[in-house]
Structure formats: C-alpha cells, structure tokens
Design a protein around this ligand. Sequence first.
Ligand code: NAP
Length: 315
Amino acid sequence: MERVIVIGSGPAGLTAAVYAARANLRPLVFAGGLYGGQLMLTTEVENYPGFPEGIMGPDLMIRFREQAERFGARIENVDVTAVDFARRPLLVRTCDEQYEAGTVIVATGASALWLDIPGEERLRGRGVSTCATCDGAFFRDKHIVVVGGGDSALEEALFLTRFGRRVTLIHRRDRLRASKIMSDRARSNEKIDMIWNTVVEEVRGDDHVTGLRLRNVADGSTYEFETDALFVAIGHTPNTGVFVGQLDLDERGYIDSPDGSVTNVEGVFVAGDVNDHRYRQAVTAAGAGCRAAMDAEKYLEALEFKMDSLARSSF
Ligand code: NAP
C-alpha cells in the first residue's frame, strides 16, 4: 500500500511530491500522459520568485520534477482513470493497474476552455488552437486572431507577434481584464491591434482556417473577417472528471475545500488550480502543494499512531 499518491504534476502536484518525499513518504505521482501542467504550454515565466531573469515554463517544470525525484518521489507518466474514495484504503486506478493508498493529494489542475462555436472543433490543429507555444510557429508571416481579454490572451498575443505579420485581439467587452503591465505591453506592440465588443460566432475554412464570422455585441451587426489562425485564450475549466461523485465540487466543478487543503473525504487533500479559480498562479499552486503534503503527513501520522495503539491493545 502507498502512503501518499499524488495525482497531477504541475507546480502543485510536484511541490506536494517534494514535501512528501522529504518527509520520507516515498510519494507515487501520477503525472498524466503529458506531465508538467499548464506551464509546459507557456513561454517565459517572469513572476516565479527566485528567477529574476525569468525562466521558460517547461524548464521550470523540469526543475520541479528533478527536485521531487532527488528526494525519492516516483513519477509515472500515466493518467488516473478512476478513484474510489468511499473505501479504506483509498483506491486509485490507472489503465492497467489499481493502487491502494493511505492518503491522496489531488492536483489535477485545469484545462483551456473552448468557445464551443461551429467550425472550432473541426478545424482544431488546422488553424484553431489554445496553445501559442505549441502551434505559433506554423503561422509565420500570417495573420493571427487571439480571443480573450485576460492575461493569457495577451501573453499569447505577444508571443505570437514573433511569428505572425499581424495579431488581432478580439475581446467581448470594451475593457481588458488583464493586468496593467500586460495590457500596456500589448497596446504598445505595433503588430497587435484590438477589436472590442466583439465575439466570434463561427470559424470558416474547409481544411484550414480562412476566416471568422464576427458579431459586434454593441450594435448586433455581423461580418466576415479573414484570418489564418484562431487562438482561443478565454480561461480554464478544472480537471475534475474522475472525481465526480467522489469529492464535493462547487457549482463550477472546482473541488471544494472547506479548510485549506482538506476535502470532504478524510485522507484526500487538494492543491492548485483544480480548487482555485481565484489566484491560479504557479507560485500559489506550489504553496498549496506544500500545504497539502504537510496536511497529508499529519493525517498519516495520526492514522498510523491510532493503528499502532489498536494493535498494541489487542495483545
Ligand atoms: P481570465 O482572467 O478568466 O480571462 C478570461 C478572458 O476571456 C476574459 O477577458 C473573458 O472576458 C474572456 N472570455 C471568457 N469566456 C469567453 C467567451 N465565451 N467568449 C469570449 N471571451 C470570453 O483567464 P486567463 O487569462 O486564463 O487568466 C487566468 C489567471 O491566470 C488570471 O489570474 C491571470 O492573471 C493569470 N495569468 C497570469 C499571467 C501572467 O502573469 N503573465 C499569464 C496568464 C495567466 P471578460 O473579461 O468579459 O470576462
């Protein structure tokens, strides 16, 4: 039986792994098919403390992983397919095997949201994307559209100026949600122009994106807009599919934690974006991972003490 299973390998999961490993708990980490979480899809991270020059997201996650492994964390690049938290020990299933554990730390993060409009799914990978780092280089000297008004959208737009001849940001309101520093950078970039009060209603193209149908929400008018690519950057949804019916979720699907990392199930702890729709920063996720591992360690200590006492009293 495992003492700690960590599900997820972004900043929250791998920080939990570092702390649990340093507490000699030999955590088993299910990292998912693609380890590292959302930072694997970003470019430069400028606000993670300790890196005054900035660091590329994937490089930061390689460091997280190396640090966890250095202290004995075992990291498996597989997805968890089901859990049973109603029984003891807790049960975690992957495609091929099942594992029992005294505690589980859930740090499965969040995934990019899509617009859910005609043409979007059909043209994914053919001009429609949620990842500028992955797909930006395909659009050298092309015209690129980014949808969204938050920090992610501006980060994507700024990154895409390295490739595109022009980047148009389309936002549904007349004011950005993004931080001032990112807004200022985007506004002062000559390659970026902005279309306000506008939503994308359809993605056009046969085997690749050739244009969009846009609607101005202020006057209701619709019109065609030529472009070669559409990058969607409108926020995220928590990765909680396997926990439905196992853990309490809030109305948006995030895992409820009434107190710190504690969930409604004893022995199951939560950390990072899967439970945080407010801050969603690498550094807050890492802090939450630390907290979850410390809570798991305390819980195991109490559990093991109770089991020892029971064993002693039965002699
Ligand atoms: P976000 O802050 O929730 O912004 C989402 C944006 O998409 C909003 O502007 C929203 O419009 C728009 N939107 C949502 N649904 C839409 C739809 N169906 N159609 C059109 N537009 C839609 O999400 P985010 O940008 O991913 O950022 C999440 C968090 O990560 C934030 O805390 C952010 O600060 C942080 N972050 C930080 C950095 C950085 O520091 N460099 C980089 C990336 C992310 P409204 O404004 O009208 O709601």
